[in-house]
Design a protein around this ligand. Structure first.
Ligand code: ADP
Length: 492
C-alpha cells in the first residue's frame, strides 16, 4: 500500500495522514469549496477538489470520492469517522473498484448500523442486553403490553438512530402512544427509516465502551475501555481511559463480551463496542461502531498503540503483532472535545471566525485539530474544532494537566466547549469519579459557569490592582501629553 486517499476533513483527516506519512505511505486529500484552504489539503501529497460545500455534493458523494481515488491511483480509502465511514454501500463500491476499504466488511457495517439487526446478530453469544424487544414495533396495544412488562421508564429508540438522535424517554403508560407516534415520524424524517423499538431506560447509567482490533486471520483483541459518560444531548464531550470505576474483573468481562460482539459480525479492523453500566455494575450491550471513534486517542495514550497504524496493517492483511497478554494500561488519558458551541446558551452552534487561535503545548498534551487562526468555521459540517487530550501518570495528573491546557488554549471569535471542559474537570462529581450520563442535567447551569468565570475575572482584576499599587512608583506610565523630547525629535 503506497498511497491512501482520506475521505474526510478536519482533525481526523490530518490525524490519519500523519500516521500514513510515518509509515512511508503517500496521502491524497479530498476537499469541498469551503475547505480549499484547510490544513488537511496542504498536508496531503495530493489533493482532489470534490465540489460545492454541502456534504451531499462533496464528502458524501461516493462516486466523486471513488473517482478521485482511481484518478490518483490510491490503493486504499480511509473513511475516518462520520460521513461515509458507516455506509456499507460505500465500502462495497470501493472494493468493487479494486480499492481497499480501510475498515470492516460491508456485512459487518450493515448489521451493526441497525440497532435491531445488531441485537439479533449477538443473540447467540451470551451478551448481556438492555431488557426490551428485539423487533420494530408499531402496534400501540402491543407496545403498552411490552412496556408494562419491561417496567417504566422505557426508552423508545430508532433502529437506524445515531448521534444521540431519535430517543424518547417515556415515564408513564399514558404518554406512550403519543411519544411512539412522534418517535416514528421523527425517525422517518431523520433516518429515512421509521422503525422504532422499546428498551428499558436505565436510570443513572455510565457509558463505557471497549476498543477492539480484529485482523483478517481470526485474531480479535480488546484494548480496554473508554468512559464517555459526560454527554450533552446524548452526545459525548469529555472522555477518559481507563474508567475511574471499573474493577479488573468487570474490565475483563466487558472486554470478553466486546470480543464476542466482534466475532458475531465477523469483524475486521478497529471497532468500538458500547455498553451501559448501571448502578449495580451490571453492563448491557448498546451498539457497535464499525469505525475509528472520535475519542480513540485516549486509548492510544494508555496502550501505546497507534490505532490508525493498526487499521492500515489490518487492511494490508497483516497479522496483529501482539496478543491480549501483551497489552496493559499505563497512565491515564483525558479528552475534551472542543466544539464550536456555546455552553452558556444550551450548547447551540456558534458560528464565526477564529480571530485568535493559540494552541496549548507541552509534555502530556496532545492536540488533534484541523483549523488555524483566521479560518472561518464552515456551517456545513460537524462543529468540532479540536480534541484536547492530556496524559498523566494517574487520573489526578491528567485532570490537572487538562485544566492548565484549557487555560492556555486561547480561542476568540467563537464560543467553544472549553469552559465547560474546565467546569467538568473542577467539579467534585467528576474528580471523585461519582458521575453518570446525567452530569450536565444534574450539575451544570450557565449561571454556575458564569459564576466560575466571574470569580476568575474578579481575582485577575484584584491581582492586577494589587500589583499596580505595589509598583506604582516604579512604573513609568505613558504620558499622553506631547513631551519636549518627542517635539524635539519630530522637528529633526
Ligand atoms: P446513538 O447511536 O444515537 O449514539 P446509543 O444507543 O449509542 O445511541 O446511545 C447514546 C446515549 O444515549 C448513551 O450513551 C446513553 O447516554 C443514552 N442511552 C441509550 N440507551 C439508553 C438506555 N437504554 N437507558 C439509558 N440511557 C440510554
Amino acid at each position: 500500500m503506497k498511497k491512501i486517499l482520506v475521505a474526510n476533513r478536519g482533525e481526523i483527516a490530518l490525524r490519519i495522514m500523519r500516521t500514513a506519512q510515518k509509515m512511508g505511505i503517500k496521502t491524497v486529500a479530498v476537499y469541498s469549496d469551503a475547505d480549499r484552504e484547510s490544513p488537511h489539503v496542504r498536508f496531503a501529497d495530493e489533493a482532489v477538489h470534490l465540489g460545492n460545500s454541502p456534504s451531499s455534493e462533496s464528502y458524501l458523494d461516493m462516486d466523486k470520492i471513488v473517482n478521485a481515488a482511481l484518478h490518483t491511483k490510491a490503493e486504499a480509502i480511509h473513511p475516518g469517522y462520520g460521513f461515509l465511514s458507516e455506509n456499507a454501500a460505500f465500502a462495497q463500491l470501493v472494493t468493487k473498484n479494486g480499492i481497499s476499504f480501510i475498515g470492516p466488511k460491508p456485512h459487518a457495517i450493515e448489521v451493526m448500523g441497525d440497532k435491531l439487526a445488531a441485537k439479533e446478530a449477538v443473540k447467540g453469544y451470551n451478551i448481556p442486553m438492555v431488557p426490551g424487544i428485539e423487533e420494530a414495533i408499531t402496534d400501540i396495544v402491543l407496545a403498552k403490553k411490552i412496556s408494562q412488562k419491561i417496567g417504566f421508564p422505557v426508552l423508545i429508540k430508532a433502529s437506524a438512530g445515531g448521534g444521540g438522535k431519535g430517543m424518547r424517554v417515556v415515564r408513564h403508560l399514558s404518554e406512550l402512544a403519543e411519544q411512539m407516534e412522534r418517535a416514528i415520524s421523527e425517525a422517518k424524517a431523520a433516518f429515512g427509516n421509521g422503525s422504532v423499538f422499546l428498551e428499558k431506560y436505565i436510570e443513572s447509567p455510565r457509558h463505557i465502551e471497549i476498543q477492539v482490533l480484529a485482523d483478517t486471520h481470526g485474531n480479535i483483541l480488546h484494548l480496554f475501555e473508554r468512559e464517555c459518560s459526560i454527554q450533552r444531548r446524548h452526545q459525548k464531550v469529555v472522555e477518559e481511559a481507563p474508567s475511574a470505576i471499573l474493577t479488573p474483573e468487570i474490565r475483563t468481562a466487558m472486554g470478553e463480551a466486546a470480543v464476542k460482539v466482534a466475532k458475531a459480525c465477523d469483524y475486521v479492523g478497529a471497532g468500538t463496542v458500547e455498553f451501559l453500566l448501571d448502578r449495580e455494575n451490571n453492563f448491557y450491550f448498546l451498539e457497535m461502531n464499525t469505525r475509528l471513534q472520535v475519542e480513540h486517542p485516549v486509548t492510544e495514550l494508555i496502550t501505546g498503540i497507534d490505532l490508525v497504524e493498526q487499521q492500515i496493517k489490518i487492511a494490508r492483511n497483516e497479522k496483529l503483532a501482539f496478543t491480549q497478554e501483551d497489552l496493559s494500561i499505563k497512565g491515564h488519558a483525558l479528552e475534551v472535545r472542543v466544539y464550536a458551541e456555546d455552553p452558556m446558551n444550551n450548547f447551540l452552534p456558534s458560528i464565526g471566525t477564529l480571530e485568535i487561535y493559540k494552541r496549548p503545548s507541552g509534555e502530556g498534551i496532545r492536540l488533534d485539530d484541523g483549523f488555524e487562526e483566521g479560518m472561518a468555521i464552515p456551517m456545513y459540517y460537524d462543529p468540532m474544532l479540536a480534541k484536547l487530550i492530556t496524559y498523566g501518570k494517574d487520573r489526578e495528573e491528567a485532570i490537572q494537566l487538562m485544566i492548565r491546557a484549557i487555560s492556555k488554549f486561547k480561542i476568540k471569535g467563537i464560543s467553544t466547549t472549553l469552559p465547560f471542559g474546565k467546569f467538568v474537570c473542577e467539579h467534585e462529581a467528576f474528580t471523585s469519579g461519582n458521575f453518570d450520563t446525567h452530569f450536565v442535567k444534574n450539575y451544570f447551569t450557565p449561571e454556575l459557569l458564569n459564576e466560575q468565570y466571574g470569580q476568575e475575572r474578579k481575582i485577575a482584576a484584584l491581582v492586577g490592582l494589587k500589583l499596580f499599587l505595589e509598583h506604582k512608583e516604579k512604573l513609568k506610565l505613558p504620558d499622553y501629553k506631547i513631551s519636549n523630547w518627542s517635539l524635539k525629535r519630530s522637528k529633526k
